[in-house]
Design a protein around this ligand. Structure first.
Ligand code: SPV
Ligand code: MG
Length: 293
């Protein structure tokens, strides 16, 4: 088994000339759902993993905690994992350490964003200060120089639109990141219409692949983003939000009814759980490896 195959596959997703839609996971179980549904890759989302841990998406979770969840995601599936590296959990040296560990483990790539550490989730209002360009290009170079697998992908994410700057400044930053060795650019926006993303993408003109997470501009047709040169469309937090919604609903119903009767059609059966986690395989393994009298 090679731990480079996922990086190769994810690199191909970025460079295959078409748009691919990938979905967030925040645990081994959610990762299995993503894989079973047929997505080509997983976004190991900082927001979703932090939420799973009961923490806020402002680097309250240590990098070790986030990497540990990501490793359980990796161990649960056989598709590429794209890791949300926030702003690198510190300086270039933290970036080197994390990239070495992720690429050694078999994670396919990292997204690094040009915000200060500790970062704050892009959709929380307030100031989103950016890292000086030179400091961030150092992180990109450090990431590329410390990966243990050539195909491991380093994606530079600019938060310039999130911080209130315009498309021109975003293009300037993105170009510096590309020149510093980023394999792809992740351009993020918190606006609802996605127009600044389209403007950016059209001017970027396919210099290298683009990644987006259209959490706020959900009405923007995927085909328009694809025509503008977007390569990866991340559904960044939807399984985490789906589970929160359903957990709240079921918790309320049980409390109100004082009973767990009549809930079976609203929750997964235990057979579903056992099937997703492949309990049947244990019999095969028992026959092969179990004690034979
Ligand atoms: C995440 O999923 O943690 C992201 C994407 O960084 S977003 O929350 O949409 O900024
Ligand atoms: Mg994030």
């Amino acid at each position: 088994m090679s731990n480079t195959k996922h990086a190769k596959a994810f690199r191909n997703i970025l460079f295959n000339g078409k748009l691919d839609l990938i979905l967030e996971a925040h645990s081994g179980l959610s990762a299995k759902v993503v894989e079973e549904t047929g997505y080509p890759a997983i976004w190991a989302s900082g927001l979703s993993i932090s939420s799973l841990l009961g923490l806020r998406d402002c680097n309250e979770a240590s990098w070790g905690q986030v990497v540990s969840v990501t490793e359980s995601i990796y161990d649960s599936v056989d598709i590429p994992i794209f890791f949300d590296g926030d702003s690198g959990f510190g300086n270039f040296n933290n970036v080197r350490h994390i990239v070495k560990r992720l690429s050694h483990y078999g994670i396919a790539g990292i997204s690094l964003e040009d915000k200060l550490f500790p970062k704050m989730n892009s959709f929380i209002s307030g100031e989103h200060s950016l890292t000086p360009i030179n400091e961030f290009t150092g992180k990109i170079k450090a990431a590329q120089d410390s990966k243990s697998c050539d195909d491991f992908v380093v994606v530079a994410r600019t938060e310039s639109l999130i911080s209130g700057m315009d498309v021109d400044i975003s293009l300037e930053r993105a170009n510096k990141y590309y020149e510093a060795g980023a394999d792809a650019i992740f351009i993020h926006s918190k606006k609802n219409d996605g127009e600044e993303i389209l403007d950016f993408a059209r001017q970027w003109d396919k210099r290298c692949p683009l990644v987006v997470a259209p959490t706020t501009y959900t009405e923007m047709p995927i085909s328009i983003l694809e025509d503008a040169g977007v390569s990866v469309y991340i559904c960044a937090n939807h399984l985490m939000r789906a589970s929160l919604h359903n957990m709240k609903s079921i918790a309320n119903q049980i409390k109100k009814q004082q009973s767990i009767h009549h809930l079976d059609s609203k929750i997964s059966s235990l057979d579903d759980v056992f099937s997703l986690l492949n309990y049947d395989e244990l019999d095969t393994a028992e026959n092969k490896y179990g004690i034979i009298d």
